[in-house]
Design a protein around this ligand. Sequence first.
Ligand SMILES: *Cc1c(COP(=O)(O)O)cnc(C)c1O
Length: 362
Amino acid sequence: MSDRIYNFSAGPAILPEDVLKEAQNDFFNYKGTGMSVMEMSHRSKTYDGIIKSAEKDVRTLLDIKDDYAVLFLQGGATLQFSMVPLNLMPPVNKADYILTGVWAKKAIKEAKRVGSVSIVGSTESENFARLPKQEELKLDPEASYVHFTSNNTIFGTQYKTEPVVGNVPLVCDASSDIFHKKIDVTKYGLIYAGAQKNIGPSGVVLVIIKKDLLERSSDTLHTYMNYKIHVENDSMYNTPNTFGVYFIGLVCQWLIKNGGLDAMYQKNLDKANILYNYMDASENYFNPAVTNKDDRSLMNVTFRLPSEDLEKEFISQAAAAGFSGIKGHRSVGGIRASIYNAFPIKGVEAFVEFMKNFKAKN
Ligand SMILES: *Cc1c(COP(=O)(O)O)cnc(C)c1O
């Protein structure tokens, strides 16, 4: 890496170099059309090909069948905090939420504006240092849906398997781990993911929704807020984030070319293990911030040093050595190394070398 650094940013985050170069190559004149993707009509034949093939590749990667719709919407994951309850809470108007971090809390805030929210599991009293266990969940079999956050970007916890929720539709904010491994989409009613952590630029959000849930979307909803409208219009009710969707398509192609999600998962396991194994062996110098080993995230590795002064020094020396974006979120402190799909294994190895040297010197 001559002119690029090791970018551990939590989001917007590192994207695959091959994809950046391909987009650069296409940027000025997209495949001989004489214009860039950003300059072409979203109703043109060329763009129709781009969005259709992005959808097809999303379906291929996650093996999504026709009973699910795939949407590319705007407003990031944050707008989904509102769209999910507005569309899916009726007619029962009560939903279960699992509170595992800052993003879950924001989702709950919006849901409460729509109907009755029950927090069916929470580790807030432990500052979200682990996930609630299945047996701790107090699920309501009559709830409209159960909402959970698959990867807690800020705290560094991640579900290894979905919570078991019976026949109630499962809704997932997968913004920071979508496509990190294959998941069984049929277990879900709805999955949403803001793109800027693992699949593309910010602003665009991928939504996968089971079509039978569309019955719940009322005609009285504001048009943009209604999933049914977006499904009927193939994500083209209004002008989509054309460049964002194009970019997600390129990232999907990159994943497919590199062996799909099983190969990606193996790489993610290898990367995270290098860091966690070193931490576990470092005799309380680098202390994992997550209290239950099983809950440790493969995407956001959080850890502490023996003192805040050392953490400050660590961050500043790391920056000087070309490791950027490792400062933990203000609500947890410490260090956070975000190692999404596009983060190279050699960057993780170099970082652990840096950690070893830092420990030896301090
Ligand atoms: C980043 C993030 C969000 C917010 O995404 P926006 O695109 O900024 O709305 C929501 N949920 C999770 C889990 C995130 O990591």
